[in-house]
Design a protein. Sequence first.
Length: 686
Amino acid sequence: MLLRFAQESGASVGALYLLLPDEPALQMALLSGVSWRIAVPWAKVTLDAATPVADAVRERRLVWIGNEEERARRYPKMALVLPHAFALAAAPVATGPNVWGGLVLHWPASHPPTLSAHERDAIREVCDRLGAILREAAAGGRPVLAGTEPRILPPSRGRSADQDEAQAAVDFAERLPDGCCSLDIDGRITFITTAAADLLGVGVPDLLGARPWEALPWLDTPVAEDRYRSAALSRRATSFTTLRPPDHWLSFHLYPDATGISVRVVRTPPAHTPDPPLLVRPAPPAEPGRATALYALTHLAVALTEAVGVNDVVERVADQVQAAFGARALALMTAEEGRLRIIGYRNFPADLMDRFDAIPLTADTPAVRVLTTGNPRFFTDFAQLRREHPTAVLQDGMSSWAFLPLITTGRPVGSMVLAYDRPHHFAPQERSVLTALAGLIAQALDRAHLYDAEHHLARNLQAGLLPRTLPCVPGLDVAARYLPAGRGMGIGGDFYDFIRLDETTAAAIGDVQGHNVQAATLMGQVRTAVHASAGAPPGEVLARTNRLLTDLDPGLFTSCTYLALDMARHHACLATAGHPPPIVRHPDGRTEVLPVRPGLLLGIDPAADYPATEIPLPPGALLALYTDGLVEAPGVDIEDAIDGLARRLALAPAQSMQTLADTLVDQAQPFGPPSDDIALLLIRAW
C-alpha cells in the first residue's frame, strides 16, 4: 500500500513509524525510496522531539514542509543535518481516539511549495487505511510491532528487460564515450562499463556490489557522499569533481530516480581543473567511511543539544553511535568518588556489567587506563588487548574494541567502550572521528550531571514548598495533583493549598510565571502570603498578597484564585487574579464554568482591586480549581479548552476523588509529559 501510494502521489521516500508500547517514542517500521544508511539517525524518534513526525503524531495534524527555507525556520536542527532540497509531509496514523504511529513522505525538490487539496485528501485516506489495518491486527491479538530496523520495501520499476534486451543495453552503454555506472537504492554499484572501471582504476568484478566510497579510498570524501545524499533525497541531478591520485581529475554526474542513481564518469581536462585550495584532500580507506562518520558526528551533535539529564544523554548516544559506527555493543561510564560507574550500556550481558560496575580507578582495565591517561586505545583483536593488559579475560564474546576517554576542559569525566562482534580495523580517520566524538559526549555528560544536580535541588525545594498532606474537613472530600512541565528543570511555579480555619475552610491555587528555581521560590512566598492572610475576605487576601509582591518586585507575575468555604451554609466566596475560572459540577451532573470577575495579575499594580463572587455549594456539588497547564493545547482557544474540561468533568463516571483527579491529569497529557506545569484541586461537598 505504501509503495503504491508513493508511486501514485509522486513521493520519492516513504516511512511508516509505529508507537512503541512501552515508551513515548516512534520506531520506523517500513522504509522505501532511500538507503537505510541515510535514514538510521531517524530510526527512533521520541514524541517530544522537534521533528515533523513527532509533531504530527503528538498534535494529531498534518505537517507540511514545502522547501528548505521553511525547514530551516521550523526545524533548524533537521535542516543542519540534511541541507538538501526536498519537500516533506508527516501525518498521524490514527483511528478514533487511538494513535498507532505516523507516516512520513518526501517529494523531489521539483514539487510545488504547497500541497494540493487532492494530495491532502490522499494522505488522509492512506493514513486512515493504515490505521484500520493496525487496529484490526491489534483487535485480533496480532498487534504490528516495529523491529530495531525497518523493513525495506523494494523500488517499483516501470519496466523489466529480458536477456536479449539486457545484453543490448550493456552493448549500448559500452559504446558510449567516457564511462557510466548504476547505483541501487542502497548506493551499491549494480552495473559499470569497462570505460568507467578504467577511469576509476579498478576492475569491474571488484566494483560490482560495492559502494563507490568504500571500494575507492580516494572517493571517500564528505563532498562525494554529500552529493550522493543530495541526489537520493532531492531526486535532483547533481555533480562534483575530485582527484584520483596521483593526477587524474574526474567529474561525476548523478541522475537519480526511484530505483537508484545513474552516474556518468568523465575525465576533466586540465584547463578546467578546480583551484587546488578548494579541493577536498583524498581520504584513506575507513569503515565506516569518513563521510559517513562525519555525518553521524553532525547528527549526534545536533541530538545532544536537546539532551538534558544523564539518562537522556546515554539514550541519545546509544541510539546514534552504535548504528553509525557498526558497533555491536556500547557502554558509558563516569568517574565518581574514585570508582568507574557504568551509567548505561547496550547489548552487553547484564551480569558482565554488574561485575565491572564501580571498579576502582586503580584497577588495570582498559576503561580505567584510558580515563587516567587520557589516551584512547583501539584493539583489533583480543591478543592485542591481552598484551597491554595481561590479566584480561575475554568475557563478552567480542572481537575488537575501542576504549575512549571522556575528557572536557582537561578534566576526566568517564570512559566509553565500543565493542565489535567481528574483527574491525580502526583506520586513522575513524580513530580521529571517534576521539572527537568522545569529547562531544564528555561535554554533554558534564552538562547533564550539572543539570541533574540542579534538578534534584530544585525538586527538593519545590517538594518542601507544596503541602505534604491536605487536612481532613468534615463535609468535604478533597484531592490535589501537581505535575511539572516535561521540559526544562521539571519544576515550576504552580501551587495549590487547602487551609483549615476555625469556622471556615480556605482553598487556593495559583501559577507563577516561569519554570525555574526563581519561579519555585516565588511560589513559596505567594503561598506563605496567602496562608498568612487566610480567614480574611477573599478579595482582601489577594489584595494583601498583591501588595507584598509589588514590594518584592520579583520581575515575575502570578495568577491566583482564593476560595472561602462555609459548609454550615453550603456556601463559597471566591476572588481571582487573572486565573482561569473554576468549574462547578452540580449535583445533577450539569457542569458550569463560573462567571467570575477576574482581577489583575498579582505583582503589577499595588492598588489593584479583587472583586468577590459568591456561589452555592450544596451537598453533591464538586468544584474544580486548576492551572492553565491542564487545559492548554496547541492551536486551541483557551475558552474552548476550558469548555472541554467542563465536558470531561460532566462525562466522568462516578468514582473516587483521587481516581477522578488522576483521570483528568492523564487526559491532559496523552502523548507524554506536559509542556506546562499542571496543578489541580478538586473539592466535593457531601
